[in-house]
Design a protein around this ligand. Structure first.
Ligand code: MG
Length: 270
């Protein structure tokens, strides 16, 4: 199995990057792996840590309508150039953490996506140069308040709520060019989204190069590469699981803000 790079919080509250062993022990690294973190002699048993999102990005740059059939289901066409928007770092949440359904929305959708993790400062890159700046791959859910997205001409509100960017569970260095991306709701055996990542219109290298013509990408930054067709609504209480072949699966449960505030459920930080 490919090496799996994690970010964890220990039971005493310390945050570390680490390497996840097959038996779920974590070998602690002394820095993020893309900043050449080296293994320390600290090893944590499975009961000694909680998984966090596998990186802490300074920004999340996302791409709209990067799969033809999704652009069609949204009633549009694939844009002639990548369509960029951003999600704030505060939207990031951990594997198994809660997605909070905001009071302002009556329609919140899942969007399963391949996430790229940038390993090196990236400015004004060609696609060939950009390829070397992509350190690894993880899974994201670009949670979207669809009614607010349609209402606002900017997508900041619809895409930017706290907990609207589940990320993880870990980062792998390589992924197959046609890896299958699938999204499942609750215990349904059939996926609601299912497409190979090769269906993307603009490739990861092209996207990173394009973004780098606009803004500097920093180590640990995340690029969301767009969602395939089959987006749909989430309800409070739903579990949403996104699987990408060669990475693993990212699962989160939807809750209402009210429930969280009344302390009936625990939260997991990013
Ligand atoms: Mg999306």
């Amino acid at each position: 199995m490919a090496q799996r790079f994690v970010r964890i919080q220990t039971t005493s509250g310390q945050v570390h990057y680490g390497l996840l062993h097959l038996d779920r022990r974590v070998q602690v690294l002394d820095a993020p792996p893309w900043l050449h973190g080296q293994p320390t002699d600290q090893e944590l048993p499975v009961e000694g840590y909680q998984l966090l999102a596998p990186c802490a990005p300074s920004k999340i740059v996302a791409i709209g309508k990067n799969y033809l059939k999704h652009a069609t289901e949204m009633g549009g066409e694939v844009p002639p150039e990548p369509l960029l928007f951003m999600k704030p770092p505060t939207a990031v949440t951990a594997p198994d953490a809660l997605i909070y359904y905001p009071a302002q929305s009556q329609r919140v959708d899942y969007e399963g996506e391949l996430a790229l993790v940038i390993g090196d400062r990236c400015v004004d890159c060609t696609p060939e140069q950009a390829r070397a700046k992509i350190w690894g791959y993880t899974i994201a859910n670009d949670v979207t308040a669809r009614d607010l997205q349609r209402k606002d001409s900017q997508w900041t509100r619809a895409k930017g709520f706290d907990s609207f960017c589940p990320l993880g569970p870990w980062i792998v260095r390589e992924i197959g060019v046609s890896a299958l991306l699938q999204t499942f709701l609750n215990d349904a055996p059939s996926p609601v989204q299912s497409a190979p990542i090769s269906d993307m219109v603009f490739s990861p290298d092209t996207l990173v190069a394009y973004i780098s013509q606009v803004m500097t990408l920093l180590p640990g930054d995340v690029v969301l590469t767009g969602t395939p067709e089959g987006v749909g609504a989430l309800q409070v209480g739903d579990r949403v699981r996104i699987e990408i072949e060669g990475i693993g699966s990212l699962e989160n449960t939807v809750t209402s803000r009210l429930t969280a505030e009344t302390g009936l459920v625990s939260t997991t930080g990013s």
